[in-house]
Design a protein around this ligand. Structure first.
Ligand code: SF4
Ligand code: SF4
Length: 389
């Protein structure tokens, strides 16, 4: 493993410094995220984007990676998350995993399990999460700043009050690696399968872990993109750093991950944030910004003025222009993650030479590593034919 520095500043204070959080900070309203805006804001037209996830509506394209087989696999990879996510929609209007947390758990026992020390409880919870399939696990105290001010009802097209129980004290952050080989075929309908599969794994691990904690007699709520902003919470929980591409960059899988979370009242030991040179590397590297087809990624320094209201104000960061980004997705009828594919941190870390490369990225030789990354053609797009073969 390469060098990872554990931050000693308390996690909340560290995030204050990292993002220069303004005293006037206000929580983000989920109504304004770009997917929800596409439901109520005429400026954001999803056209056939969502309906193409139903195979009866897909339209094959001439470009490679967009034929019947590619859409068939992409849509299948989303099947489980879609079915479970919309299970209660007709009666309750909930879209679980996207605008609402999951309510799939069965009731816990009448009595709570006896707990060992807080350290041992934390160890067992992390071990259970890994057994269920998490690639990395971190814990943070619940920081209200990252909880949405409101979530959004796709039924009424209006913000709705969040109902996270008052006794929640911690969040367990779960990292689910996405498929590295498939990520090389992005942008394509086939490449979109890695996202669908990432969500299905997130659903499996988060709901499984929530049920485990419920079975111990404690409160646990499984969540994907709903309820709270996952990236700052994952940074607080020591799972990675923030990148120019607006994503969490983890030391184990780079940015090619999904994040899920479980809110709980179980007493746990929080983790400390980490650094392994991402901020300094992103200041030299602009591969994501250069490769983004619609120039949605900032070339310059981090700022506290986002390009539009689909991103959080009051904090200083590199912000992706969500309006430009989503418009490109709509044009392609699938999600894009070129900014993941080309990122020098998107590597197969089982190989020692890739681990060495990232070690160099966190050293004065970072520009040389970047040059080498280009020379070795890392991040080049591969064809769907290559993947199917
Ligand atoms: S997902 Fe694609 S369009 Fe969006 S910011 Fe990344 S590279 Fe640009
Ligand atoms: S591509 Fe380069 S600049 Fe963009 S997030 Fe990755 S390391 Fe940072």
């Amino acid at each position: 493993m390469f060098q990872i520095k554990k931050i000693t500043t308390p996690a909340k204070a560290y995030l204050n410094q990292l993002f220069e959080i303004e005293p006037t900070f206000e929580r983000f309203n989920q109504k304004n995220d770009i997917f929800n805006r596409s439901m109520w804001d005429d400026k954001i037209d999803p056209k056939n984007f969502y309906v193409s996830y139903d195979i009866t509506n897909y339209k094959p394209k001439k470009s490679k990676g967009f034929d019947h087989w590619d859409y068939a696999l992409r849509n299948a990879s989303w099947h489980l998350t879609d079915v479970v996510g919309e299970m209660t929609f007709p009666e309750t209007g909930r879209v679980e995993g996207f605008t609402d947390y999951y309510t799939t758990q069965t009731a816990g026992p009448p009595a709570k399990a006896a707990l060992p020390s807080v350290g041992e409880t934390t160890h067992r919870v992390k071990k259970a999460a890994e057994m269920l399939g998490a690639g990395m696990v971190g814990i943070c105290e619940l920081d209200d700043r990252w909880v949405y001010s409101h979530n959004f009802s796709r039924k009424t097209q209006a913000p709705k009050k969040l109902d996270l129980p008052q006794n929640i004290s911690h969040a367990i952050l779960l990292i689910l690696p996405m498929d590295y080989e498939l990520s090389k075929t992005i942008p394509s309908a086939l490449g979109g399968s890695t996202t669908g599969l990432g969500y299905a794994s997130s659903l499996n691990v988060a709901t499984g872990l929530a049920q485990f904690i419920t079975n111990l007699g404690f409160e646990a709520i499984a969540s994907l993109n709903d309820t709270a902003q996952s990236i700052p919470m994952a940074i607080q929980a020591g799972l990675g750093e923030y990148g120019r591409n607006g994503l969490l960059i983890t030391p184990k899988y780079g940015p090619n991950v999904r994040i899920a979370k479980v809110f709980t009242d179980l007493p746990l030991v929080p983790d400390q944030p980490i650094e392994f040179g991402v901020k300094q590397f992103c200041e030299s590297c602009r591969k994501c910004a250069d490769s983004c087809p619609v120039k949605a990624i900032a070339q310059g320094a981090a700022t506290n003025t986002p390009p539009n209201f689909s991103s959080h104000s009051f904090i200083k960061k590199w912000t992706v222009n969500a309006e430009k980004c989503f418009k490109f997705w709509v044009g392609m009828n699938t999600d894009c993650a070129i900014c993941i594919r080309v990122c020098p941190y998107n590597k197969d870390y089982k190989k020692w030479w890739n681990r060495l490369g990232i070690r160099l990225a966190n050293s004065p030789l970072r520009r040389w590593m970047l040059w080498l990354d280009d020379r070795l053609n890392f991040g080049q797009r591969q064809s769907a034919k290559w993947w199917w073969a």
